[in-house]
Design a protein around this ligand. Structure first.
Ligand code: ZN
Ligand code: ZN
Length: 90
């Protein structure tokens, strides 16, 4: 059986990690690749893309917390309905 491993090392510069994402080529590359082959391409740091994603997640989490706190006021009603439903089912 063969297990596929996703290597984050650059296949061209084995000692380098893929720290950069080239939007032009739509692939992760290393810094040396960027200077050698992607000089005029639209490149961003992989870290930055990850950071942006994390920021979106944080905003989403905050929205959920807000929503939950709004729902909390109606929680007692919900529990009441639920227990009544359970009584009916039982
Ligand atoms: Zn490289
Ligand atoms: Zn490129």
């Amino acid at each position: 059986m063969e297990t596929k491993k996703i290597s984050k090392r650059c296949p061209l510069h084995i000692e380098k990690w893929k720290d950069v994402y080239c939007h032009t080529c739509e692939q992760a590359i290393c810094l040396r690749c960027m200077f050698e082959n992607h000089r005029h391409h639209d490149c961003t740091e992989l870290d930055m893309a990850a950071r942006r994603k994390r920021e979106i997640l944080r905003r989403l989490a905050r929205a959920i917390v807000e929503l939950l706190s709004k729902l909390n006021g109606r929680r007692d009603d919900l529990i009441d309905v639920k227990s009544r439903a359970c009584n009916l089912a039982g």
